[in-house]
Write a protein that binds this ligand. Structure first.
Ligand code: HEM
Length: 412
């Protein structure tokens, strides 16, 4: 039996939650396990929950409130997007990871710089690489079958390999990135006593320095060279901008897609009808991927209030955190018919797994490609499988939610 995630991350001393409405802790292992049930209850009893933890935070769960906050850049700032007991040092206008931590007007400039490499054509060109990598992983899984932890042996490697390829970072540094990201996303604000040279900032600083020493054009270089060659009104980007954006691509792109792939396999392992339809009806696959994204949306982002104001009767104070649980909004019955069911061929599906407003996911083309290729490759090569031990499934804690242990038995 593996440890629950809280033990692994040193969270076992968290104070127990007395009420999800007035004392929530979204980094508590109980939230990781039961988040959908907690949102359902809150939606009825207290649609904007509060906690004094983290110096004060709000948790709206209705689609209407989540969307309104995500679109409002006057009362809310993105300078902090991961809730922690501390408030981020102001690095205005860009924040520490542009564009996700930038506010208007700088946000548009930082976002525009990153759009070309994530547009549909360059991402489609990466598909054969992704497919061949997924097939290599499946070869390895089948060599070691019939028992496999699909979160550890399959899902987690796919986004790491692809973003490392885009950024030109060594493939063998994958475990290092996951360590950095886990510290940022699962235990924000906790001092792990990591030596300066082992931090993400230091690692990326070295990568940028190496590229600066050996400059390459955009045609011969990678995404880091592309950022080094970029400019804002003729001025090259500051190092902090470049390393902040690369950190964002690693943080935003890895745990998120890992979670979406793992949660989709978790679902298919337990729902024989959906499983059978995915294999037998290729025509519904693109709808199925969107529906799995809606239902198992992994990402909750945050904002910092920058004004004192009323939010649906709640007194929000400047400096309060606001969580944006896009996954909860995606299960709001006021917006989606049969919101609490996976309808594999759902046709009308305006889900907000990728957020909305100015910060809508910039990597959504890449995320969709990775998720589709990962699930199709698995289902085509391992059409028959089940959870081998449901009690051993564990879920990540914090703002990105997905299975981190997913024991599967491959059937003949
Ligand atoms: C299933 C996988 C993914 C999901 C569900 C997801 C979800 C999201 C969400 C909800 C936001 C909005 C944040 C906010 O409002 O503050 C966002 C922003 C962002 N995502 Fe993703 N993401 C995924 C994968 C990726 C990938 C693979 C990348 C790139 C490697 C990426 C890069 C970004 C960036 C750069 C932003 C910031 C955009 C901005 O601030 O303008 N994401 N993502």
């Amino acid at each position: 039996m593996t440890d629950p995630p809280g033990d692994r991350l040193g969270l076992e001393h968290r104070a127990p939650v007395t009420s999800w409405a007035s004392d929530f802790d979204h980094t508590h292992p109980d939230y990781a396990v039961s988040a959908p049930a907690i949102w359902d209850e809150l939606r009825v009893d207290c649609p904007i929950a509060h906690t004094d933890r983290f110096g004060g935070a709000w948790l709206p769960v209705r689609h209407e409130d989540v969307s309104a906050i995500a679109r409002n850049t006057v009362d809310y700032s993105s300078q902090g997007v991961v809730v922690s007991p501390n408030r981020p040092d102001s690095l205005a206008p860009m924040g520490y990871a542009p564009p996700i931590t930038s506010d208007p007007p700088f946000h548009a400039i930082a976002r525009r710089l990153l759009l070309p490499p994530f547009s549909p054509t360059p991402i489609a060109a990466l598909e054969p690489f992704a497919r061949s990598f997924c097939n290599e992983l499946i070869d390895d899984v089948l060599d070691h079958g019939p028992m496999v932890d699909a979160a550890v042996r399959y899902a987690q490697h796919i986004p790491v390999r692809i973003i490392a390829h885009m950024l030109g970072l060594p493939e063998e540094d994958g475990p290092k990135f996951r360590g950095f990201i886990q510290r940022v996303l699962e235990t924000p604000g906790i001092d792990h006593g990591v030596a300066e040279e082992d931090t993400l900032e230091s690692y990326l600083g070295q990568q940028v320095a190496q590229r600066r020493a050996n400059p390459r054009s955009n045609t011969e270089g990678d995404l880091i060279d592309y950022l080094i060659n970029a400019d804002i009104d003729g001025m090259p980007l500051e190092d902090a901008h470049i390393t902040g954006s690369i950190a964002l691509l690693l943080i935003a792109g890895i745990d998120t897609t890992w979670s979406a792939i793992g949660a989709s396999l978790w679902h298919l392992a337990q729902h024989p009808d959906d499983h059978r339809r995915f294999v037998a009806e290729p025509g519904i696959r693109s709808f199925a991927i969107e529906e799995l994204l809606r239902f198992y949306a992994p990402v909750t982002m945050a904002r910092l209030a920058v004004t004192d104001h009323d939010l649906g009767g709640c007194p929000v104070t400047s400096g309060d955190w606001l969580l944006l649980p896009f996954p909860a909004a995606n299960r709001d019955p006021d917006v989606f018919e049969r919101a609490d069911e996976v309808v594999l061929d759902r046709q009308q599906n305006r889900h907000i797994a990728f957020g909305l407003g100015i910060h809508r996911c910039l990597g959504s083309n890449l995320a969709r490609m990775e998720l589709s290729v990962a699930i199709e490759t698995w289902m085509d090569r391992i059409p028959d499988f089940e959870l081998s031990d449901p009690a051993r499934v564990t879920w990540s804690v914090g703002q990105v939610r997905g299975p981190r242990a997913l024991p599967i038995r491959i059937l003949d």
